[in-house]
Design a protein around this ligand. Sequence first.
Ligand code: 4AD
Ligand code: MG
Length: 463
Amino acid sequence: MKDRNKIKELLASGEQDIDVHIKGWVRTKRGNKNIAFINVNDGSTIHNIQVVAEVASFDAELMKKITTGACIAVSGKLVESLGKGQAVEIQAREITLYGEADPEKYPLQKKGHSLEFLREIAHLRFRTNTFGAVFRIRHSLSFAIHKFFNDKGFVYLHTPIITGSDAEGAGEMFRVTTLDMQDPPRTDRGEIDYRQDFFGKETKLTVSGQLEGELGALALGEIYTFGPTFRAENSNTPRHLAEFWMIEPEMTFYDNDDNMDLAEEFVKYLVRYALEHNADDLAFLQKMYDEELLDRLRFILEDDFVRTTYTDAIEILSASGQKFEFPVKWGADLQAEHERYLVEKHFKKPVILTDYPKDIKAFYMKQNDDGKTVRAMDVLFPRIGEIIGGSQREEDHDKLYRRIQELNIPEKDLWWYLETRVFGSAPHSGFGLGFERLVLFVTGMANIRDVIPFPRTPKNAEF
Ligand code: 4AD
Ligand code: MG
């Protein structure tokens, strides 16, 4: 593909009067019987390049088939454009048609479809400006995540997707089995006999890579995971997916303050990375969907995040005089409406809440001396609510063991986790960033279904 020019590079090159060769999809064609103006996009940028073709020089059948959605290759000369809206254009010498797109049938023939409609044609929505922008930004953030951790010397650890432990308690899990669901083998007591299943035991899709991540951190020092996680909760909200990607760093010798410092540095780095590398796509999304987008991104960078305790947050919310759908009470989990009130109305800054009641957090969090709270930390963002959840981990074997028993978690599921607290245990901390929540925030889209290529939500797995 040596001779193919990417449109992004041509537009940025500042060159003129050179021979070029582009390939891409027709966005629009207009003109008259003498001359055709064909706007082509190849996915490398939100911007199209204008191809100018003298109709008489091309086969009439070919010209007829160059319609919105068709895929073509164009060879010609890059010249200064006299028209408005672009600095350069291509004078076509040769056009090849790869694939036509019947205007009677092509669903994206017209502009201005709703995002809901586009979700139903997720196989084609990549070809819109909006989804081009969103998925270029998603890519850019993924790359930045690896760069951030690599530059700090963290090891990227691949934790399993299929898991035999049901221990995180983060939500309902999806079962993985090869048993015949019509007629599964049974034990003498009539229960399904998972000993005959593929792995010889019950297995599920993971809700988090953390527990395995900790095993790596307690040898490699600092690791991170970045992979898919699965939750079979029936949450039909604009912020929940059944399959989402999570980044989970885990750091030995970090306390919860170090953990919060890293989380804050990390999300600021990612937002700054997008502002620097995705300016055109962000400008487009700001114009089309959300005029406050860039201000909101800069708002993340401006100040230190506020750090305060769950208990203080409950007092602030109780004294706020604000009507909430869910009651505010010490011991109850915070809802997105509470989190957003704290960030958007009260502090007007991103907030990190710490020291949550132990009963609403996972078993592995480090227990505080008050006997009631744990050393948790959640990072709360405007519009999103919780974007990161994490904690210092309980490294004391006996305390951890007692908590596991209190919660009736079967020890057979966790013997390997407990053993890391028997051999060379060490203080350590970590957190999980929901990748789609980050992409949602950075793109300013309103629904999490629009920032993952193929959303998995209740009753929806078409593509
Ligand atoms: O708060 P969560 O459940 O934390 C954990 O899973 C820990 N093991 C993380 C850790 O300490 N290593 O999830 C972490 C983040 C949330 O803050 C949220 O951003 C995102 O994952 N998240 C979801 N994103 C989309 N859809 C869902 N159903 C999500 N559930 C959690
Ligand atoms: Mg959480």
